[in-house]
Write a protein that binds this ligand. Structure first.
Ligand SMILES: [Zn+2]
Ligand SMILES: [Zn+2]
Length: 365
């Protein structure tokens, strides 16, 4: 394999997806061509780039891409989510072992949320030409806002409204080299005999001025909460503490989601309203089975960043409460005896243990 004639320096915090899009844009190469040139063909079928590449690259895969793009293997490895594997359990839970494995629902693999201002890039020539980075952090649903630009992340394309479902692909239209990295890559129509399918192509790095919802901005309290979550991904927090916290946060989030509105008092009125709207839209959808609704409320964080922030904030407040065991007992009781109890769902043994009186002090952020 020969190195490419020109390469591109990765931006700080940039994801592998972002790098493939921006480098491809610079060289007019399809993302799929770059992947084939790097020798990653074992994992790639036809035009399908699997999400597993984002989670971890093997030594030879990182070295192959490093030679191709004139980087070090460490720099290439830093484009994946591997660095948080011991801190954020959904990453290790999603790394493929023997047999196919779906990504954990607490990861956005294919279509992360995004900050339009970050995508617009800074004033450096490379970012002016090829856009700002798609950040690795956006693949973690616990990151619901951009602290730098003090905004909630966008959950979907304002032009076509996608994604509406998870495709399992790391990059949509991986054979398309005509799109700018900040353009929406979702396909908006089916191919006909006369022409190929088209991409949406809407720009994601520009705020849509006619946004009818007048999206609110995160409060200082929510931004501080976001920062406390980000701090747990940093080396200053011991990895085992971070991992335990995110496991507890997930259990508490599941409990609050499935017993809503029992935990409504944990939030201010505005945020609670967004969570209520999310829970209603999830559990009030008659086209999905009770089991699927329960799965969504229990295991999946909302794509809507504000509802997501609300649920996580309520879960964090629950974990931090002085009378944690009493709170947990009440919620578990609501879950098991009330109208929320449905076949197929039972609280986990860990929740019950906590509810029985393990009220150790949680980190105070
Ligand atoms: Zn931003
Ligand atoms: Zn679109």
């Amino acid at each position: 394999m020969h190195p490419l004639p020109r390469s591109l320096e990765p931006a700080s915090g940039e994801s592998l997806v972002s790098y493939l899009l921006r480098l491809g844009h610079r060289l007019s190469l399809r993302p799929l061509q770059l992947i084939r040139a790097a020798g990653w063909t074992d994992r790639v079928q036809a035009t399908h780039i699997p999400g597993s590449l984002l989670l971890n690259l093997t030594g030879p895969e990182a070295q192959g891409f490093a030679r191709l793009t004139r980087q070090t293997a460490e720099e290439v490895s830093a484009l994946t989510l591997k660095q948080w594997r011991d801190r954020y359990p959904p990453i290790a839970l999603s790394v493929p072992g023997p047999g196919p494995k779906r990504p954990d629902p607490w990861l956005f693999v294919g279509s992360p949320r995004y900050c339009p201002t970050c995508l617009a890039g800074d004033c450096t020539p490379a970012q002016q030409l090829h856009g700002g980075p798609w950040r690795k952090l956006w693949h973690l649903p616990i990151v619901f806002s951009c602290v730098e630009h003090q905004t909630y992340l966008e959950a979907s394309c304002p032009h076509c409204g996608q994604p509406r479902a998870i495709s399992g692909r790391l990059i949509e239209r991986a054979n398309d080299h005509t799109l700018h990295p900040a353009q929406c890559r979702w396909t908006i129509d089916s191919p006909t005999q006369k022409r190929k399918s088209r991409a949406c192509g809407g720009r994601l790095d520009q705020r849509v001025a006619t946004d009818p919802c007048h999206r609110p901005h995160p409060t200082q309290g929510i931004l501080r909460f976001q920062q406390s979550l980000l701090a747990r991904l940093e080396p200053l927090t011991p990895a085992s503490d971070a991992s335990e916290y995110f496991t507890d946060l997930r259990l508490a989030t599941a409990l609050i989601g499935t017993t809503w509105p029992a935990g409504k008092h944990l939030l201010d009125t505005a945020l609670a309203g967004h969570v209520t709207a999310y829970v209603h839209s999830t559990s009030g959808n008659s086209s999905t089975s009770n089991r699927l609704q329960d799965h969504r409320l229990r295991d999946v964080l909302p794509r809507d960043s504000i509802a997501c922030a609300g649920l996580l904030r309520a879960a964090h407040s629950l974990l931090k409460a002085d009378d944690l065991s009493e709170h947990l007992s009440q919620l578990v009781h609501t879950l098991e005896s009330g109208r929320h109890a449905r076949p197929g769902y039972a609280s986990t043994p860990a929740m019950k243990t906590r509810a029985r009186g393990d009220s150790e002090t949680r980190p105070n952020h």
